[in-house]
Write a protein that binds this ligand. Structure first.
Ligand code: CA
Length: 233
């Protein structure tokens, strides 16, 4: 297939509406990607236990069995770091935030265009596929960009895609205060305007993973009226 994407991905589509599921499968297959499509949460959990995917597109409302939030929470509890993009209903802001709370990296609101979804996926993958091999060490945190690993106080810590990008940006300039828009851009590039509250959710998750006492953060400091900074080295 001459028009295949340069880097074929393995994509898991979890959607109970048959037509949407088939539409997404067909569209991404045409682009040269390997698509696995399932119609309920239980199948999603089984499939992800057996196969590795580059990205998961996860609908919230899945009919019988676990819904999208539960699937997301279970995947994160299993320490799966695969990028997860939730498909949420229109005008459901609560849905979107709940998805992020559950550990999703991003969401698109239905009805969405394929172009929007593709740009979201590309934004994720541009960063997941390593291009730089830097190692950054600040305080008790060591971040290896190439290997996408983070070591805190001598122990490896598993971060999601968004958490990793956020930490990487903060560590790129320790002591500098970043506002939420800058941090959003660090995760998603300029592809879209995003919800700034997403940053607060990701920061909370990040603190829970890297701070000794997340309720009294010493590494990632809140800068009132601005956003966040990483402590000076
Ligand atoms: Ca659905």
């Amino acid at each position: 297939m001459a028009t295949a994407a340069l880097q074929p991905l393995s994509i898991l589509v979890v959607e109970d509406e048959r037509r949407l599921r088939e539409m997404l499968s067909a569209a991404f297959s045409r682009l040269g990607h390997a698509v696995t499509a399932v119609g309920d949460g239980r199948s999603a959990l089984e499939t992800t236990a057996r196969h590795e995917f580059d990205v998961v597109l996860l609908d919230v409302a899945l009919g019988e069995g676990p819904d999208g939030y539960e699937v997301c929470r279970i995947l994160r509890a299993r320490r799966e770091t695969v990028p997860i993009i939730m498909l949420t209903a229109r005008d459901a802001e609560v849905d979107a935030v709940e998805g992020l709370e559950a550990g999703a990296d991003d969401y698109v609101t239905k009805p969405f265009g394929l172009l929007e979804l593709r740009s979201r996926i590309n934004a994720v993958l541009r960063r997941v596929r390593p291009h730089a091999n830097g190692v950054v060490r600040v305080a008790e945190v060591e971040l290896r960009r190439g290997a996408r690993t983070v070591i805190v106080r001598g122990r490896p810590v598993k971060l999601t895609f968004s958490e990793f990008e956020l930490l990487s940006r903060l560590l790129s300039d320790p002591g500098r205060a970043f506002n939420r828009q800058q941090l959003l851009r660090a995760i998603w590039g300029d592809s879209a305007y995003r919800d700034p509250r997403a940053i607060d959710v990701h920061i909370r998750h990040l603190r829970a993973k890297i701070e000794e006492r997340p309720e009294e953060p010493r590494l990632i400091v809140t800068v009132p009226g601005v956003g966040y900074r990483f402590r000076e080295p």
